[in-house]
Design a protein around this ligand. Structure first.
Ligand SMILES: C[S@@+](CC[C@H](N)C(=O)[O-])C[C@H]1O[C@@H](n2cnc3c(N)ncnc32)[C@H](O)[C@@H]1O
Length: 314
């Protein structure tokens, strides 16, 4: 019998001596994962079986009565057990899509999110509108390298500096850059804007920094709380601490007319826009929505008038 979610309440294993088929295994494991509280159990079961068989999800349904070998079954069992422990699907697969790229990910880095794809989209629209070429970009808190690599490979940036405080994250990001042959991206270890040299200027400063309030952390889904790096998520008691510092230091590293593009948490956009106004160094900030219609991106361009001094030169 099916429940409201479309997941059956129980699926019996095949009779003794009869092999598991693709469809039977997907149905059985969807019920199993649902019982473990996994949010999209059927979809995840399909991704995991597709991974074992080297097939797309559509491919599975074109061969729904294909029997599985013992080796395939064992490979699937390992993956399903991991997912049942609420390890995120992308970590089990070892990869995550980001715009046109496929990035290798593991628990050393945050899994790139769709709202960050929108952040990159906003940057690329801004660049295109100005017909600018061979730009210099700075991605603070690069994690898997998602933003920096998209700017280099999709946006045609001539140089991208990608920073992080986590040596582990940088090692994953460097691996992604090497695999995708993104030679334009240079990785630097360090906090916020400290890895930027004296007098170094960028056309774009983009960041998806940690912005979760410390007290919110315990409420996050097990996939996030138990598997993703806490240092990639939590900023402090207010959530906007790191955003605040990026806004304050932005004018020092941005070329006149350069773009500041920040991803922010739900409910933070207005406060971040206010911080930007408070510097007196930017034009009027613009707030953009993510695909779910929430205000999640704040953009502002650095004044061309280099006499703007109402900012902390961090
Ligand atoms: C929310 S994740 C974003 C990762 C990646 N940019 C993305 O969008 O998928 C934030 C990243 O910032 C890094 N980070 C945390 N504190 C930092 C700091 N003070 N300076 C630079 N990076 C920091 C974390 O290690 C993590 O990789």
């Amino acid at each position: 019998m099916s429940t409201r979610t479309g997941i059956e309440e129980s699926v019996a294993p095949p009779p003794e001596g009869t092999p598991w088929t693709v469809l039977h295994l997907v149905r059985w494991s969807a019920v199993y994962l649902a019982g473990k509280g996994v949010p999209d159990p059927r979809l995840d079961a399909e991704h995991l079986l597709g991974d074992v068989l080297g097939m797309s999800r559509l491919g599975l349904y074109l061969q729904y009565d294909r029997p599985l070998t013992q080796a395939e079954l064992e490979g699937f069992r390992v993956r399903i057990r991991e997912r049942a422990r609420r390890k995120p699907l992308q970590y089990v697969l070892g990869r995550a899509p980001f715009r046109d790229l496929e990035l290798e990910v593991d628990p050393r880095v945050l899994i790139p999110r769709p709202e960050t794809e929108t952040l990159v989209e906003e940057v690329l629209v801004w660049v295109e509108g100005r017909g600018m070429e061979a730009l210099a970009g700075l991605d603070v808190g690069t994690g898997s390298g998602a933003i920096a690599l998209a700017l280099a490979l999709e946006g045609g940036f001539g140089k991208v500096v990608a920073t992080d405080t986590s040596e582990d994250a940088l090692s994953v990001a460097r691996g992604n850059a090497a695999r995708l042959r993104a030679d334009e991206v240079e990785f630097r270890l360090g906090s916020l804007l400290t890895p930027v040299g004296e007098g170094e200027r960028f056309d774009v400063l983009v960041s998806n920094p940690p912005y979760v309030r410390r007290e919110e952390y315990g409420d996050l889904a097990p996939e996030v709380r138990e598997w993703e790096p806490e240092a990639a998520l939590v900023s402090g008691d207010r959530g906007v601490e790191l955003l605040d510092q990026l806004v304050a230091g932005g004018p020092r590293v941005l070329a006149p007319g350069g773009l500041l593009a920040l991803e922010v948490g739900e409910g933070q956009a207005k406060a971040v826009a206010e911080m930007i106004r408070g510097t007196g160094a930017f034009g009027e900030p613009r707030i953009r929505k993510d695909l779910a219609g929430r205000d999640r991106i704040v953009l502002a361009t650095r004044d061309r008038d280099s006499r703007s001094t109402n900012w902390e030169g961090r």
